[in-house]
Design a protein around this ligand. Sequence first.
Ligand SMILES: C[S@@+](CC[C@H](N)C(=O)[O-])C[C@H]1O[C@@H](n2cnc3c(N)ncnc32)[C@H](O)[C@@H]1O
Length: 455
Amino acid sequence: MIDFEKFTKYSKPGPRYTSYPTALEFDSKFGFSELKKEFENQDSSRPLSLYFHLPFCRSACYFCGCNVVYTSKEDKKERYIEYLEKEMNILSSLIDTKREVIQLHFGGGTPTFFSASQLKRVIDLIKSTFSNFTKDAEISCEIDPRFFTKEHMDVLKDGGFNRISFGVQDFDPKVQEAVHRVQSYEVTKNAIEIARDGGVKSVNIDLIYGLPYQSFETFKKTLDLAVSLDGDRYAVFNYAHVPWMKKTMRKIDETTLPDPKVKLEILKYTIDFFENNGYKMVGMDHFAKPDDELFLAIEKGELHRNFQGYTTKGGADLVGIGLTSIGEGKDYYVQNHKDMKEYEKAIDSGILPVERGIKLNEDDVLRNHVIMELMSNFKLDIKRVEKEFGIDFKEYFADGLSGLKEFEAEELVTVSDDFITVSPTGTMLIRNIAMNFDAYLKKIPEEKRRFSKTV
Ligand SMILES: C[S@@+](CC[C@H](N)C(=O)[O-])C[C@H]1O[C@@H](n2cnc3c(N)ncnc32)[C@H](O)[C@@H]1O
């Protein structure tokens, strides 16, 4: 039995490390000219991973932390597609669009809040810009099951989409009402059937724990219903409550949120539940069938983490297109404007709509490697890091290692001369463990850290 009470002290604000340095460190000093330089120096033999942000939703789900535009106006969507086209035209003059594309992802918002014919236009524009998709390219779309028809699926199928990720979050009616996301089991089931009938080989289902009115008992039922849908992957996210950043989250009554002890109990149950149902844990919040490439990647130590979560596709340059999209190269991150007017203004003046970014220094690159390895593979090969980066690990990270002492004493990690190894219970606190190697976090007093809680 795990004493969860003991670990509630780790419920602290902390990054989710979809990047390191985190987006808080991105700065307007890194703008379009800096990105242009990066593109000029980029190795064209590196493949591309493309992310398109399709930001529109009909109404707000109160838990949502994504960058979303609420509208039902058709002309706004049409206008957005025109700007995506213009953005791709500018991009074509800056990068080699014949580079191999190994990944394409539509994120949102709700990509299928576009009509099927609008979605087809977006896909056709992409395919006419980027001509070299590899045969086994991973092409995926996030879908709200309430906005998904066979017509959408036909368009996605023609576009080669082979992965669909469905947003569910929770099946309990009281929870659904509290977060303004009422979605019956039948609606989700039908949507998954449409995808399966359309030949989609991998279906992912998103759930969130930590939502209002959730309890151990209610989440157990949600998991039973979720697994009956036979997803290939499940993402079970820890609810990131950041009402100072997201206005709609202020509609959530904080007194109804489960406390850290309950959240840890739910998480532990979730991990065991999926293992007992034939899935394997991948990273801190994913579960996959054992024959899934995500899982196989862990066996080979090749799991990577980026803005879209966990992926097998390392070594690609990520290009983000659309409002607020994030791009990532070997040693930089870049983000597009969040404000639609600014986004359009930049494109109208003939440049990419970059708002901010960061060029990584040597220390950033090293810490990025350490943090991402821990977040992805729960293990760090110290000797390999020493060889690759020419450092004495124990000396360089004396501070981080001393921070780990507490975790070692509680058997959450072991540190030998060769490896840092996270224990099964430690995986539940992986953000806290990784935080020890974050140079920026140390400079911010704990009460001023504007991240969601780790537990
Ligand atoms: C853009 S949404 C998915 C697409 C679609 N709009 C939907 O809601 O079904 C991406 C996913 O991020 C997760 N998510 C959004 N806000 C979150 C938050 N504050 N904390 C944790 N996960 C969150 C949800 O699981 C959601 O399904």
